[in-house]
Write a protein that binds this ligand. Structure first.
Ligand code: ARG
Length: 605
């Protein structure tokens, strides 16, 4: 019916096209644009939406085109998928066979404390993740906290997938502000200016020190002139200035390391802006020789098409100041060369992907730096530069995040407060259980720090995020405590089933055959088996909230299952071990994803 022969396309051509479409339809990879996760449960597990577009460009009937694609797909998928279904104008809906899905979950449950049998990528990439990146002698703020939390999760995930991940802390340890700091130290802490003694000097509160230096710089012209000279001497590598600079870096490092320790951040290498100092001059000269950088009001700048100030005048990207100093953009251009252009023989990284995790306010900076780098030929084929922007951290009222008195919140205080609230809550809930103090403290730390991380990661990173202890520490909703509690509860069920005491490491039951007796079991399974696709999706699009959404949905499905199906009082031993296997796979999934989010789990809470 309605199958009009199209004279412009031969049968052979049609076959070739259908072949092509079928080749794209790999049901286990959403890396492929032709196959997308089904948008609604009723549409099956996967959709192929290619038929409509294809039919249009070929002047064919779309449903006819869809059935040709189905003919090609069927032999490849019939072992694990139901007969494909053509719906509406030519959507192809694919649905896994239940016995295939149960076998996947059995497989996952056989490695609950490991990687759940998930494969690593076949083509590992070298991926640099530039994150955290506080500035020396300045306070590490909530923006750096977000960068640290998001960057750490992306690093964990990409490295779990099997990529070669390099975690870089692009610390702000270079630039003109060091002139005034060094000169202030010369007057206040002279011992800091000697390479022999500088490491023993206690600089006290660096934020106060910075303020004092800045104040002098702003009001005292003679000091200002000295500061200018100080920068030049530092960049020239003079002993005194280098010693003072090292003292400042060391003191800052101690401060931000405390935050990393509280957050459990590991593997982050410090490679600050100063690392790229030797390459800066070359970058500017290279841009000049290529005609990309030009003189502008005494400074040197790159003008890129499409970037203008509010008044419509061209917006320059400065690469050299009029006093000869270099800019933030110059360092980033030099870093790009070292990260993607230079070979390992020249000390380069040759990364395939470089991710920059910073606040959205730096989007234009990265846009301009990336396009200049491409125009200058610094970005080889097969390398991509990606800005991973995030929104602001706001107070509960949506205003600037600050203490009651309006001061900026110190990260140490912020994290300690979350742990304190978690601890108070835990003590109240376990009052009659005689839990030792050190256990309470340890669990409170996991819950408190986990809550801060999870609250941040569960939001779409591009939105502004309202910081609320109450919401993030709630036992209900898409929160770390809820997820940790779900995990602990499953551990409880398993301990009960096997008569285990609460000790350090739970013994997981052997995975056994899954027997479906209730629809809620199948729903839980359909949720769990999405894990590999979710991981692939986050690997590409870099939105960690997808992981949290997945976790939340899976734990809700678990709760539904647990409400309708008794595990320890199951109707038969087979059904009991089947349900224990579901419990094990769910727990393993929660643990794995929480760990990727940088959050430990606890077996009792
Ligand atoms: N230190 C900078 C800041 O505090 C962030 C650096 C980000 N990385 C980069 N390659 N520019 O805003």
């Amino acid at each position: 019916s309605g199958d009009s022969e199209d004279s412009s396309i031969s049968e052979e051509e049609k076959k070739a096209i259908a072949d092509m479409a079928a080749k794209e339809a790999k049901p286990f990879s959403i890396a492929d644009t032709m196959v997308t996760l089904a948008t609604r449960a009723g549409f099956g597990d996967y959709q192929v939406n290619a038929a409509m577009g294809l039919a249009k460009s070929l002047g064919m009937n779309p449903r006819e085109c869809a059935s040709m694609i189905v003919e090609k797909i069927r032999p490849k998928i019939e072992d694990f998928m139901e007969e494909p279904e053509i719906a509406g104008p030519g959507f192809i809906n694919l649905r896994f066979k239940p016995e295939y899905l149960t076998s996947v979950v059995e497989y996952m449950a056989s490695d609950p404390a490991g990687r759940l049998g998930l494969p690593k990528v076949s083509k590992p990439q070298k991926i640099i993740i530039d994150y955290s990146s506080p500035n020396i002698a300045k306070e590490m703020h909530v923006g750096h906290l977000r960068s640290t939390i998001i960057g750490d999760t992306l690093s964990n995930l990409l490295s779990f997938s099997g990529h070669d991940v390099v975690r870089l802390n692009h610390v702000g340890d270079w630039g003109t502000q060091f002139g005034m700091l060094v000169e202030h130290l010369r007057d206040e802490y002279p011992a800091a200016l000697s390479l022999e003694t500088s490491q023993d000097v206690d600089l006290g509160d660096l934020v106060e020190l910075y303020k004092a230096a800045k104040k002098r710089f702003d009001v005292d012209d003679e000091f200002k002139a000295r500061a200018r000279e100080g920068v030049v001497n530092l960049q020239a590598g003079n002993d005194e200035e280098i010693a003072a600079w090292q003292a400042l870096c060391a003191a800052s490092r101690v401060e931000y390391q405390k935050i990393y320790d509280m957050l459990g951040i590991k593997g982050l290498q410090e490679r600050g802006e100063s690392f790229y100092n030797p390459y800066l001059k070359d970058v500017v000269e290279d841009l000049e020789s290529k005609g990309l950088a030009v003189e502008s009001e005494g400074a040197t700048a790159v003008f890129l098409e499409g970037y203008t100030n509010r008044d419509g005048t061209p917006l320059p990207m400065l690469v050299r100041k009029s006093d000869g100093g270099f800019n933030y953009a110059t360092t980033d251009l030099a870093a790009i060369r070292q990260r993607v252009e230079m070979t390992s023989e020249d000390g380069g990284e040759r990364a395939n992907r470089v991710l920059y995790v910073t606040d959205a306010g730096q989007a234009q900076h990265f846009d301009m730096v990336f396009s200049a780098a491409k125009m200058a030929g610094y970005v080889p084929e097969g390398s991509s530069l990606e800005h991973v922007p995030f929104g602001l951290v706001q107070g509960e009222d949506g205003k600037k995040f600050a203490t009651r008195s309006g001061d900026t919140v110190r990260l140490k205080d912020l994290l300690n407060e979350a742990v304190r609230i978690a601890g108070d809550d835990l003590r109240a809930r376990t009052e009659n259980e005689n839990v030792p103090d050190d256990v309470i403290d340890q669990v409170a730390r996991i819950i408190g720090i986990g809550a801060v991380k999870y609250a941040d990661l569960s939001m779409n990173r591009e939105s502004n995020y309202r910081f609320s202890y109450e919401r993030m520490l709630s036992l209900n909703g898409n929160t770390a405590p809820y997820m940790l509690y779900s995990y602990a509860r499953i551990c409880g069920i398993i301990r009960k089933a096997s008569g285990q005491e609460v000790v350090a490491n739970i013994k997981w039951p052997e995975a056994s055959k899954i027997t479906i007796t209730d629809e809620s079991e199948m729903e839980l399974i359909r949720s769990i088996v999405r894990l590999p696709d979710i991981l692939t999706e986050v690997e590409q699009d870099l939105y960690p909230n997808r992981l949290c959404d997945f976790l939340f949905e899976t734990s809700q499905k678990f709760n539904k299952f647990y409400e309708s199906c008794s595990v320890n009082k199951a109707e038969s031993p087979e059904v009991k071990s089947s349900r224990l296997t579901l419990c094990t796979a769910t727990a393993g999934t929660i643990r794995l994803v929480m760990n990727l989010l940088g959050i430990e789990v606890v077996e009792k809470m």
